[in-house]
Design a protein around this ligand. Sequence first.
Ligand SMILES: [Mg+2]
Length: 448
Amino acid sequence: MNRRNLLKMAGGAAATLAARDAAAQERTARAVRGLPSPKIKDVQVIQTAPAGLRLPVVKILTDQDGLYGYGCACFTQRADLVVPAVERYLRPLLIGKSADRIDDLWQAMYNSSYWRNGPVLNNAISGVDQALWDIKGRQASLPVYQLLGGKVREAADCYAHASGGEIQECVDQAKQWMERGFRHVRVQVGVPGMAGYGAGTRGAATAAKALHSGQVFEPAAYIRRALKLFEECRKQLGDDIELCHDVHERITPTQAVQMCKDVEKFKLFFFEDPLSPEDIAWFRLIRNACTTPIAMGELFNSPHEWSPLISERLIDFMRMHVSQMGGLTPARKVAIMGEHYGVRTAWHGPGDVSPIGHMANVTLDVVSYNFGVQEYSPFNERLQEVFDGCPEQKDGYLWVSEKPGWGIEVNEAAAKKYPFGGNDRGERGRLNGGWGEVRKRDGQIIKQ
Ligand SMILES: [Mg+2]
C-alpha cells in the first residue's frame, strides 16, 4: 500500500470519527432541547397572603426566554425578613451564574453568610433551591419527581386535621374526614378555659383563673383531656383509623415520657413533638420506656439537630419543614439518610407552606421509599386563584403534578390582590404574623 492510500484510509477513519462525534453531539443537543446552560438573570420575591398566612415565593428568571421557576421560602411569622435576605444577599451572588448547578449554588448560598442554619436564611436559600429545580424540570419537560428517579408509589397517603373545643366535636370531624376517604386523621381537643393547641381557646366565660389576663395553658390539664380524647376516638372510630396527635412541645420532659407510655395502648400512628428541640436528649428515655411512634422535626434548622435522632433511631418520622431546612436539595439527602435507618418521612404541610412547597413535599413523598404520611391542608379558592396547579387530593391521597417542573404557575396579578398584612389583625398582626403569648396560670410563658 502506498503512502497516498494510507493517508486516504486515515482520512476516512477520521471522517467516520468526526461523523460519530457530530451524531453524539446532536443526540445530546436534542436531549437538552438544544439549549445552552441557562444563566440566572433575575431573582425576585412574590409576597402574597391569599389565605391570610404570608407566603414569600422566590421567582428566578433566566436569560432564556420563558424559562423561569418558583420556590417556597415560607417562614410566615417573619416573612418580611426573608424578602431582603433573598433580594439583598442571594440575588447579587446568583446573577449571571448557571442555573444548572443546583447543589453547587446551594453550597455557595449556605456558606455565603458564614453564620448559617437559621430560619430566615434557610428559607431564603430554599426559595432559590426549589426555583432551580423547577427550572431544571421545565428545561427537561419533566416533572421534578422524574429528575429524582421516578415514583415508588402512585400518590401520597395523607392526614387531615380534626379538632374541636369539645371531645365529641373533634370525633365528629374525624368521622367526616373518614367519610371523605381519609385513612389518617390528626385529633386535637380544647381544654376548658385554656388555649389548646390546634383546637383554639375556649370561651372567656370558662376562662381558667390566672395571675394574668392573657391565654392560659396548664400541661397537666391538657394531658388528662388528650387521654380522654384518644379513648373516645378508639371507642367511636374503631381500630382501623390511623390516629395522629401533636403535643406541640408544651409539656415537661418527664410528662412527655409519661404521656408517651400512657398513649401506647391507643396505638397511635404517630405522636408528634412530645419534646422541644432544646430537650432532644430525652428521646432516649421515651424509646426505652415504650413503643409509641414519635414524629419530630418541624422546628429543626440544621443537620446537627436531626442526624443524631435518625442515626440512633430515636424517632420514627421526620417532620421537617422543607423550606426551613433549606429546600428540596437537603430534604432529599436526609430522606435518603432516613431510609438507611428505617426512619420515615412526614414532611410538615400546614397552611404556612405555599402550594409550591406542598408540591415539593408530595414530590419527595412519591420518590422516597421510606415515606410515612403527608400532612394535608386544603387549598381554598384564593390559593388556587394565585397558584394555578395546586396538588390534587382524592380519597385522602395527594397527587403530584405531571406537568414540567412543579407544574404550578403563579398568577402574579392575583398574588398582588392579597398583600402581606392584609389579614394580620389584632394580636397576630402585632406579633408580625406570630402566635399570641400563652402563659401558665402563674404568668410563666410556655413554648408554643
Ligand atoms: Mg406540629
